[in-house]
Design a protein around this ligand. Structure first.
Ligand code: HEM
Ligand code: HEM
Length: 183
């Protein structure tokens, strides 16, 4: 991936940091809605919490698309000096898997809401359908959406956060500071 020379000494740009922490905040809200909303079955009405889950999920998708475009165009800062190659490679793998999940998870949720015939109303406007209700072959999307979010995404986020904290408190290097305000 390209390395942006202007970022190489100073960590991530303000835009990259803002988008990173905005997605963290949105995901915290999103998991709270997911875990407190009523279990979604056939004919479950779209309650306020379910509607908030849909709305925040579509916002996560939109912000993730913008973030990915910024990342592809601007690149990332050069690696911190002295980071072993295996850590560099494994952190890159986790980052790209997280980007992929930030697109796949909300898209599957959206498709599943359509499959169930549940309207997705954002700020009073109905969001377009990706598939028609009960389209054969799309029933699995609900289970896979929940499993990917609850297990795969959260496990990767856990690894990612542990890695950041390890660098900051054990290695005492500048990795976490690259993503914090003020550097
Ligand atoms: C990154 C964004 C999202 C995350 C992290 C997320 C997370 C989750 C989680 C964890 C569950 C399972 C709840 C449980 O444990 O019972 C769930 C269920 C669900 N979500 Fe999302 N969600 C996201 C985006 C969306 C979007 C954009 C929509 C629709 C517009 C959506 C629609 C649904 C539906 C319909 C279910 C029920 C699926 C089923 O059980 O069959 N989600 N979501
Ligand atoms: C408290 C929680 C979090 C902390 C402390 C944290 C910390 C960091 C740090 C320090 C970096 C820069 C790593 C480097 O320079 O090599 C980073 C990058 C990244 N983080 Fe997080 N993060 C957190 C939560 C999340 C969450 C929830 C997601 C998404 C689901 C996420 C996705 C990413 C991605 C994709 C990158 C790579 C940026 C790039 O180079 O394109 N992070 N994070």
């Amino acid at each position: 991936m390209t390395v942006d020379a202007t970022q190489s000494r100073s960590g991530y740009t303000g835009t990259a940091k803002t988008l990173h922490w905005l997605i963290v905040a949105l995901l915290i809200a999103q998991f709270i809605f997911a875990w407190t909303m009523p279990g979604i079955r056939r004919d479950t009405p779209v309650t306020t919490l379910i509607s908030l889950h849909f709305t925040f999920g579509v916002i996560v998708l939109a912000v993730a698309v913008i973030r990915l475009l910024v990342r592809l165009v601007r690149g990332a800062p050069a690696p911190e000096p002295g980071i072993p190659a295996w850590q560099e490679t494994s952190s890159q793998i986790v980052h790209w898997l997280l980007y992929a999940l930030l697109l796949i998870v909300p898209l599957l949720g959206w498709i599943n809401a359509d499959f169930r015939g549940m309207p997705i109303i954002m700020f009073g406007y109905q969001v377009p359908h990706l598939i028609a209700a009960r389209t054969p072959g799309w029933q699995w999307t609900g289970d896979v959406h929940g499993l990917l979010a609850n297990y795969v995404m959260l496990a990767l986020i856990g690894l990612h956060v542990l890695g950041a904290l390890y660098h900051h408190f054990v290695m005492r290097d500048g990795v976490l500071k690259r993503m914090l305000p003020g550097r």
